[in-house]
Design a protein around this ligand. Structure first.
Ligand SMILES: Cc1cc2nc3c(=O)[nH]c(=O)nc-3n(C[C@H](O)[C@H](O)[C@H](O)COP(=O)(O)OP(=O)(O)OC[C@H]3O[C@@H](n4cnc5c(N)ncnc54)[C@H](O)[C@@H]3O)c2cc1C
Length: 425
């Protein structure tokens, strides 16, 4: 009998539990430990922040789903992973032993690295549904007394798509409220050019997103380091291509949302061999930690090197489909280990994304995510908005049913030639 523990039940952890269950032998146990007993569909957060969605509409109570599937559930936060003793210590003082551990703890949001950044400071966030709800209150207040808006992503950020989405969604909502003419908007980013996305661009994301900004009268500043945020004002340093500072600017705002840098969560940080200096979990091509061979990792918590150096540090985004590919490989690899075989499955880490602008959007496929690529495609249109709304409903339904991939989805992806696993060599 083996005990498999999944730590975290966000996008990667919940799917991991569903796929892992199918790979267990009859005698094995599966437990999910997580801080939050309720799953929230993170990609809907920009919509929550402008009140297009309620929190309740994008959440799933996981306890009944796990119970139905015979998965044990401990909705208590982890305090420490003790990898040398194959155990996880929880904040209530209890300890859970494992034979295999899958770390799926997502990002720790590093707001504290910049003075005044984040929902406890002076900017809004859409990274968590709690933040998005708080942002929606601030946005309603802002609309009563409109002024400048600043949106973007700070130095070291790795998740840029939602910043573009939120800028365009705000523009759409302000036009609907007929107050767009009172709101100068600026996009401020660590990326070296608009549409870099931490991926050195995908297809013509540079052209598509610059054109979208021009159409919507959104100004932009690239290669920026955010120095500090004070009430109603942020100080931004612009960096040249040679890495030298070009000067600082003060940007006034009535409403601002800046995505922070990510790091690994505290329970897995600072463990020699398990995590890198930012606390991300180190894995090999089988999603397995090289030092602790019974520990795997999936999702945003995985350590991935940047695609190429940039004047201001930019990380690689870990998008939903890429995460799903990590989950499938991990479940199958642990399944092999349980049966005495060595892991052979490798995730493709392909980036497939729908970025919604409220009335249109941009879709892209990067296969593989590091250029040069076999597939390097981006396209823009109203269809992307409708596809994203449909995907939200479909994904939440999967979560409520406890399935990871339907036959329909599998067939559709095969038709497009988008695979989760690399072909066996
Ligand atoms: C605003 C936003 C929008 C995004 N939109 C898209 C999109 O449209 N398309 C796309 O492909 N990708 C998108 N992403 C990227 C990615 O898909 C999401 O970030 C996704 O939620 C990452 O999944 P995850 O499981 O790694 O982390 P999360 O979903 O954040 O889950 C982490 C889990 O770990 C748990 N946890 C954390 N600490 C502990 C602890 N100490 N003990 C126990 N449990 C713990 C949390 O409670 C949570 O359940 C978006 C990201 C953001 C921030």
């Amino acid at each position: 009998m083996a005990h498999v523990v999944v730590l975290g039940a966000g996008l990667s952890g919940a799917l991991m539990a569903y796929e892992m269950k199918d790979q267990l032998r009859a005698e094995d146990r599966l437990t999910v430990i997580t801080k939050d007993p309720v799953y929230h569909f993170v990609p809907s957060n920009p919509w929550v922040a402008v009140s297009w969605r309620t929190r309740e509409a994008v959440q799933v109570d996981l306890a009944p789903v796990f119970k139905r599937k015979g998965i044990e559930f401990r909705p208590v936060a982890a305090a420490k992973v003790v990898a040398s003793e194959n155990a996880v210590e929880l904040v209530d003082g209890s300890r859970v032993s494992y034979d295999y551990l899958v770390v799926a703890t997502g990002p720790d949001l590093a707001f504290d690295e910049i003075p005044g950044l984040g929902p406890d400071g002076h900017t809004q966030s859409i990274c968590h549904v709690d933040h998005a709800q708080k942002a929606s209150v601030a946005f309603e207040e802002f609309c009563k007394k409109p002024g400048p808006i600043v949106v973007g992503a700070v130095q070291g950020a790795s998740c840029f798509g939602p910043a573009y989405e939120f800028a365009m969604i705000l523009d759409t909502e302000l036009r609907r409220r007929k107050i767009r003419d009172k709101v100068p908007m600026t996009f401020v980013t660590a990326e070296p050019y608009v549409g870099h996305l931490g991926l050195d661009g995908v297809g013509d994301t540079k052209g598509l997103l610059e054109s979208e900004f021009r159409d919507r009268h959104i100004k932009w500043m690239t290669s920026c380091k955010l120095q500090k945020v004070e009430p109603g004002k942020m100080t931004v340093e612009e960096i040249g291509d040679d890495g030298q500072a070009k000067g600082t600017k003060e940007l006034p705002f009535g409403f601002a949302m800046m995505l922070p840098a990510f790091r690994g969560v505290a329970p897995v940080r600072g463990i020699e061999g398990l995590s890198n200096p930012r606390g991300f979990t180190v894995v090999d091509k089988h999603q397995r930690n090289p030092k602790f061979g019974n520990v795997f990792a999936v999702g945003v918590c995985v350590a991935i090197a940047p695609v190429a150096p940039t004047p201001v540090p930019c990380g690689v985004p870990k998008t939903g489909f890429m995460i799903e590919s990590m989950v499938t490989a991990t479940a199958k690899n642990i399944g092999q280990l349980l049966r005495g075989a060595q892991p052979t499955h490798e995730a493709t880490w392909n980036a497939v994304c729908l970025a919604d602008f409220g009335d249109s959007g941009v879709a892209f496929v990067a296969q593989p995510q590091i250029p040069p690529r076999n597939v390097n495609w981006a396209s823009e249109g109203k269809w992307v908005h409708h596809a994203k709304v449909a995907f939200e409903k479909y994904f939440l339904r999967k979560m409520r049913k406890g399935t990871s991939e339907t036959l329909y989805e599998k067939a559709f992806l095969e038709l497009l030639g988008i695979n989760k696993l690399k072909a066996a060599s």
